[in-house]
Design a protein around this ligand. Structure first.
Ligand SMILES: [Cu+2]
Length: 142
């Protein structure tokens, strides 16, 4: 009779595997703002992101443009650092993006961006400009 219970082992493994899989595929919060142009977290700047490849690719190195404007929409001089990660996976970007210059509209060019898996990503732009230091936070669904 005991042999009949052996099926429980693969069944349990399947269930455990399913839970682990579901954990890596968990859905992001429903109320996320996916806009790529909005105020920084402290309200000091209007920040607009433009990916060089749209739709944003997974696994491919590319660049982003970052425009930093004041509350009236006028471009401002600022130092920026772009970073990001996946909140539900506990990891950051697989690369260290760098500002490589500006385009003819005065937008910062951030090179070395790569997303190594689909899912919910958060991008943080740390800004040090004339109005002070602030961070702009963006959500991406890849
Ligand atoms: Cu991930």
């Amino acid at each position: 009779m005991q042999i009949n219970k052996l099926w429980l082992i693969p069944a349990a493994l399947l269930i455990a595997g399913g839970i682990a899989f579901a954990a890596t595929r968990s859905t992001p919060p429903a109320d996320l703002d996916y806009s790529l142009s909005h105020r920084s977290d402290g309200g000091l700047y209007q920040v607009t992101l433009v990916p060089s490849i749209d739709p944003v690719p997974v696994g491919k190195m590319h660049a982003w443009l970052v425009e930093v404007a004041d509350s009236n929409g006028q471009p401002v001089e600022a130092e920026i650092v772009m970073d990001g990660g996946m909140p539900q996976h506990g990891h950051g970007l697989p690369t260290v993006p760098q500002v490589t210059g500006k385009d003819h509209h005065g937008r910062h060019i951030v090179g070395g961006m790569r997303f190594n898996m689909p899912g919910w990503w958060v991008l943080n732009v740390d800004i040090d400009g004339s109005a002070g230091a602030d961070t702009a936070t963006f959500n991406l669904a890849l």
